[in-house]
Design a protein around this ligand. Sequence first.
Ligand SMILES: [Fe+2]
Ligand SMILES: [Fe+2]
Length: 285
Amino acid sequence: MEKQELIEMLNRDLADEHAAILRYLIHSYLEGEDTPIGAKLLSRAREEMWHMHWLGMIIGAIGGEPDMEPAQYPYDPTNRATILKSYVDYEKNLVPHYEQEAERVNEPHIKRVLLREAWESEMHAEKFQKMRDKLTEEEAAGMPGEENQLPEALAEMIQQSVAAKYRQMLQTLRDAWVFQDQGVEAWQRMDFSMTKMKQLAHSAEEIAENGLEPDLTPGVIDRGRSFDAAIDKAVNELKESLDLHLKLQSDPEAKKHGGLMSNLDLTIRQEKYETEELQELQKKR
Ligand SMILES: [Fe+2]
Ligand SMILES: [Fe+2]
């Protein structure tokens, strides 16, 4: 297979895995991470993150540009039973899809990754089927998500944090894949992207617990090929989200939400830590 064709094929898969992560995560947050259904969905989302990561690493290694825009995840939103049935169908479709792709490539690592994505999708289909079978009648007919209790202005500010962190997280992930030949400094990008995922989860959960859809739109991902420029940009972006979080921290409405405040305190400290680490890196390079 031609390199360009391979990159395009892997990018379509990347976008599909990305879509699956978002779907299972949002659903998990709507259910509540600490509910049996929410916890299982979160577990699936984590496995989809591996899938996305393996593909992203391959694309970066062969000099491609990862497509950070998620694909659509088609599902029937009528109730829990139809939603889970859609997940079963989606995962089942991926099994022959990945097997056929694996047939078309020769490079052993890429072939193995595609085959693993096939059998893990099969396992996901089975697990979703089991979840669906276990639903009580009431659960099956019901919908995830609760009533919104957040004032509009506060919800809006938290959504801004969700969108900012999601974009930063995707950018950091993209940079880690594309600049993987930088070794340990690219690995630090990956490390930071994991912190951002956690920060994103805190604010996205706050939103979803109130029955709202977290604002997970990827925004504009910088496709620059200079690692130094990527670090400069990361420092500026951290400053922007730190400003937003400091504003949120002093908001009287936000202060009424204890969980939000303690997560915010953590996020702010982490953002300061990351800024200092990056500034040191800027000086060294
Ligand atoms: Fe997957
Ligand atoms: Fe899957």
